[in-house]
Write a protein that binds this ligand. Structure first.
Ligand SMILES: Cc1cc2nc3c(=O)[nH]c(=O)nc-3n(C[C@H](O)[C@H](O)[C@H](O)COP(=O)(O)OP(=O)(O)OC[C@H]3O[C@@H](n4cnc5c(N)ncnc54)[C@H](O)[C@@H]3O)c2cc1C
Length: 479
């Protein structure tokens, strides 16, 4: 079956990959001239890469890890020590960490939390541990029910001191959804904590060894094209054309550089676009349907990613760092963490600025200057004195609407991959799957969409369905 997929982010590419594995022929249509969507990266005139976002892979990402294995590129993930490192705002230039020993879960997590005396007092640790018990005992059902509370409200409900939020969870909320604990749904933090505490290696982190576009997206594209599929860049979906019965007749693609618009037809159609452009593109008759109306409750959150190249090494730390700065979220010295960007003499910091709503409209210069002021606190030894570190160059990548903003009540707005339209499916990190809006969520959603399509095949094509069901990849999707 020919399946047209609009969007070459991880969800669209994963969907196409698993469709080819099941014997289908996907045609992926990407609006931009670059693969990857929110993991897209570009090379500047000096040959240096800059990315849409600083991306971390977790041990608790089974579908991504399986995808790397299936593509034969597992060695591209650079795993770091099992620890979480936080800057200490009250003692500039120092760090505090949660170190996970080599013990079974949840013991390793408990030891990591109990072993940190810089950030939490013993009474705070005990209150927090007791507060988490319902989530650990009742599992995902409880976690989903907590979507009615913000993380701040949930902490108050569990009698957990406000200082715990300030010390640990402002940083974690910003890292997970680019917003603060007073805005983020308790479901998001509880989902992450549950994975981290229940899986021995759940919170181990890996960096990709280079640009996600080259090192991750391209191998997926190669897999697709070697099996008869197609991936087209500069192919923006302009309109979803309908038949009289409301099903899809074709995708109208906008012609670029004076070329004519083109109608592309297929047996089935998939939107792998983010939820914001999808909402704009919904055909009028679909807008009346409850299934599509639920999407109105989802909207992308702004975020900014910065790359700063310095004239010297600022740190030797080979890991992700939680800045605990009001302006910044997580950051890393990519010259240490990533083989493809390695430099023994100079630092290249990649930093996420969040929440970004008050910054997204500002100029790159204003953003970089504010970030440098924060870096003086994070690296006092390198920015004070007579010979401060010099910024050699920078890139600022703004994403005004990134992953959907996970405020309380959003879970009920996340759609299934199957829609009421017989020949139209959705895929994307915002669709319902158990891994939040993340790379893992995107890859899993793509796999679930491919699975739903294969299940809906008429009997004549049942051999393809068997191929997918037997594939080990499918088993992970239902994990
Ligand atoms: C700064 C930042 C940091 C992040 N850090 C992490 C992290 O550490 N770990 C993690 O797991 N996740 C992280 N994420 C989230 C992760 O990147 C996303 O969840 C994931 O990549 C989303 O994939 P997707 O395929 O669902 O959507 P997208 O990547 O948005 O893909 C959608 C694609 O559709 C295309 N499109 C849009 N309109 C059209 C059209 N009309 N026609 C054709 N194509 C169209 C877009 O160009 C895009 O390529 C981060 C995101 C950002 C922005």
């Amino acid at each position: 079956m020919r399946v047209a997929i609009a969007g070459a982010g991880l969800a669209g590419l994963s969907c196409a990959k698993y469709l080819t594995d099941a014997g289908h022929t996907p045609i992926v249509l990407e609006r931009r001239d670059v693969l990857g969507g929110k993991v897209a990266a570009w090379q500047d005139a000096d040959g240096d890469w800059y990315e849409t976002g600083l991306h971390i892979f977790f041990g608790a990402y089974p579908n991504i890890l399986q995808l790397f294995k299936e593509l034969g590129i597992e060695d591209r993930l650079q795993w770091k020590e099992h620890t979480m490192i936080f800057n200490q705002p009250d003692a500039p230039g120092t760090y505090s960490s949660f170190d996970f020993p080599d013990l079974p879960a949840p013991l390793n997590g408990i030891v990591a939390i109990l072993g940190n005396n810089d950030m939490l007092t013993w009474p705070e640790k005990i209150r927090f541990g007791l507060g988490l018990l319902p989530a650990m005992v009742q599992g995902q059902k409880y976690v989903e029910e907590m979507d009615k509370y913000s993380w701040t409200e949930w902490l108050q409900k569990q009698n957990i001191p406000l200082r715990v939020e300030k010390e640990v969870f402002i940083a974690m909320s910003k890292a997970l959804n680019f917003i603060g604990p007073e805005e983020i749904s308790a479901t998001i933090l509880l989902t992450a904590l549950n994975r981290f505490l229940q899986e021995k290696k759940g919170s181990t982190m890996a960096f990709l060894d280079g640009s996600p576009t080259e090192r991750l997206c391209q191998p997926i594209v190669d897999h697709i094209t070697e099996r008869g599929g197609e991936v087209r860049l500069n192919a923006p979906l302009k309109e979803i054309l309908l038949n009289g019965d409301g099903t899809v007749r074709g995708f109208l693609l906008r012609g670029l550089n004076g070329a004519e618009d083109e109608v592309l037809t297929a047996d089935l159609y998939v939107s792998a676009m983010p939820v914001d452009p999808l909402k704009v593109m919904l055909p009028a008759p679909w807008k009346q349907m409850e299934f599509f109306q639920q999407l109105e409750g989802l909207e992308g959150v702004p975020v900014i990613n910065l790359h700063l190249w310095f004239d010297r090494k600022l740190t030797e730390i080979d890991h992700l760092l939680f800045s605990r700065s009001p302006l910044l979220s997580v950051y890393a010295d990519m010259s240490n963490t990533c083989r493809g960007y390695a430099n023994p003499d100079r630092s290249m910091l990649e930093l996420v600025l969040a929440p970004a709503k008050d910054w997204i409209a500002k100029s790159d210069e204003e953003i970089v200057n504010a970030t440098l002021a924060e870096l003086e606190k994070l690296f006092p030894d390198h920015f004070g004195g007579d010979n401060p570190a010099k910024l050699l160059k920078y890139h600022v990548v703004k994403t005004p609407r990134s992953v959907y903003k996970a405020t309380p009540g959003r879970q009920q707005h996340r759609p299934s991959q199957k829609t009421p339209i017989a020949n139209f499916y959705l895929t994307g990190d915002y669709t319902m799957q158990r891994y939040l809006a993340s790379m893992e969520g995107a890859v899993l959603s793509g796999k679930l969409t491919a699975q739903a399509i294969s299940e809906a095949l008429p009997v004549a094509n049942a051999s393809n369905l068997q191929t997918l069901t037997r594939s080990p990849a499918t088993n992970a999707a239902t994990a």
